[in-house]
Ligand binder design. Sequence first.
Ligand code: FAD
Ligand code: MG
Length: 338
Amino acid sequence: MKRVVFLLLLLVLFFSSCRVIEPVGKTEFVLGTVCTISVYDNTKKASQAIDEVFAALKELEKKLSANDESSMISRINKYAYSRDVSADEETAFILKKAMEYAEKSGGAFDPAIGAIVKLWNIGTEDARVPSENEIEKLLLSADYQNINIRETSIRLLNPDTRIDLGAIAKGYASDIARDILKKNGITRAIIDLGGNIYAMGKRPTGEEWRIGIQDPRGDKGIYIGIVHVSDMAVVTSGDYERFFTVNGKRYHHIIDPTSGYPAENGLLSVSVISKSGIDADALSTTLFVLGADKGKDFIKKYAKDAEAVFITTDRRIITTDGLKDILDITTTNYQLGK
Ligand code: FAD
Ligand code: MG
């Protein structure tokens, strides 16, 4: 009898340790994309914390959207050529970070790209290939040196310059989401802002999160590999989410500010892994424009704590050294390259 009770006890222990914690999650369309927050802690506060996150994301969208006439960014774009416009601390912080990346990358990353982005309208029904003339007229405006920022006061030095924070704002938003969850006692969560991911803490099993790196030429959910991370942002910039095709040519949404055309530096995508969401987002766009060789140099010089995986048009996968320990490559469609 004792033996039976002991066996039963073992079985109960076994099954309770296998119990899968169902996440508390919510998905909404915000920041121009589908955002999902999934919390894996066993806490009553999860739903309330998630609601708080979405409220903050909506506030951020109101401030930062280049498409909303009443946003802070639109106000700057409308008035800051003729007079100083005073921004709120948060907008100024993100813009200053964007300016840092612009300076370090020699303008490969450029928050003054707004007028050119609007010209292409990629990701909307009105996407089109602009004429060379149209691009030429606005190209000089797309230079971060036309943005002057002191404290929170902003001035634009070219009448056509338009600020666009689309390459950095979701990363900042993921940091804010993480901080709100943390403040509410959440320790395990996946924050997914349209593929801009923050993996908080560890899985309920105690193992690291497994985040798939999308095959840029595969169906959605087909990965080239899996990164194992905790408390890390995993952010990808690629040519496969927002693009349109004319006469067999693909035009995507990441613009080379020197030409005004979609960047063509031999890359299909770049994924960046970093503790900071805002840096991972800014970096992924910067590296995509720079290409793999200059991109690796940029990481070595300016972002030693970050790791990157570059997927090239000639079907190679190039990684920074530190990534080798945390990335399992599962594809046979690409060669490991240098
Ligand atoms: P990333 O590589 O991170 O960024 C690419 C985006 O950055 C481009 O879309 C462009 O906006 C900008 N960019 C292009 N080239 C450069 C460059 N060289 N340097 C710096 N920036 C560059 N999308 C909609 O379709 N409708 C909306 O109403 C809408 N509202 C949004 C509101 C907010 C607050 C934010 C943050 C985004 C919104 N978006 C909207 C999405 C946005 O337009 C971008 O498509 C998106 O942010 C791109 O993110 P990504 O991670 O795909 O690419
Ligand atoms: Mg980015």
